[in-house]
Design a protein around this ligand. Structure first.
Ligand code: C5P
Length: 237
């Protein structure tokens, strides 16, 4: 499996999500399971998606004391997920202890990435929690901290990737949501980027939700996204 497309499985129930997956080929995409579906359907559902042959990104954004996050990450890795994430603002100790705890999985270790600044937060939201830096400065600071903690990458806006690529190494993985083709509705995404452009700007994996999940033919839409990134020259990390 070498698709760079991670389909966001944003459904309310495992029944809806399973119906959707019945028509999707695990050779063509990976799957992201977030808080809503996980809270509704739990670890058994995650196992069932993995059993179908999909690589699963468990998007639960852990943020707690180092011991708690490290232990939660080990349980997630035991489920067999391909990727999981934490909040970089949990700090160096939280990230590096979690990274160390996953070492026991050897070559099967899931990719561990971090969320830097939520894209829903603007400068004034950061100021309210005592951060005077601009959102982009804070993103770069937390991306560097994440890389120094030994994690594999970050989730970031496709609009930030070219700036970030100058601060992190080329094998540091950038995972970007907010991806749309020209014909797709932006929905609640404020700044959207096309799939080919996102890869050209340095993204490694693209998280795509509604343009695929709400498409008349999800398979056809997924095929178009895969085609749009097929010209990418950078090898997968
Ligand atoms: O439907 P859409 O393509 O907008 O879905 C994008 C997915 O990426 C959703 O699951 C959303 O929660 C997630 N996401 C995002 N923006 C971020 C982080 C995650 O849209 N900054």
């Amino acid at each position: 499996m070498n698709s760079r497309i991670i389909v966001a499985l944003d459904f309310e129930s495992s029944k809806q999500a399973s119906n959707f997956l019945d028509n999707l080929d695990p050779e063509e995409c990976r799957i992201k399971i977030g808080k809503e579906l996980f809270t509704a359907s739990g670890p058994d559902f995650v196992r069932s998606v993995i059993a179908r042959g999909f690589d699963v990104f468990l998007d639960l954004k852990y943020h707690d004391i180092p011991n708690t996050v490290a232990k939660a990450a080990v349980v997630a890795a035991d489920l067999g997920v391909w990727m999981l994430n934490v909040h970089a603002s949990g700090g160096m100790a939280m990230m590096s202890q979690t990274r160390d705890a996953l070492e026991r999985f050897g070559a099967d270790r899931p990719k561990l990435i971090a969320v830097t600044v939520l894209t829903s937060m603007a400068g004034n939201d950061l100021a309210q929690i005592g951060i005077q830096a601009s959102p982009l400065e804070q993103v770069v600071r937390l991306a560097t901290l994440t890389e120094n903690a030994g994690l594999d990458g970050i989730v970031c806006s496709a609009a930030e990737t070219s700036t970030l690529r100058k601060s992190v190494s080329s094998d540091f993985c950038l995972v970007t949501p907010g991806i749309r083709r020209l014909e797709d509705a932006a929905g609640d995404q404020k700044r959207v980027v096309g799939p080919g452009e996102a890869i050209a700007n340095g993204s490694d994996y693209l998280v795509v939700g509604r343009p695929i999940t709400k498409a008349a033919s999800p398979n056809a839409a997924l095929g178009e996204f895969n085609l749009a990134v097929a010209g990418a020259v950078k090898p997968l990390v």
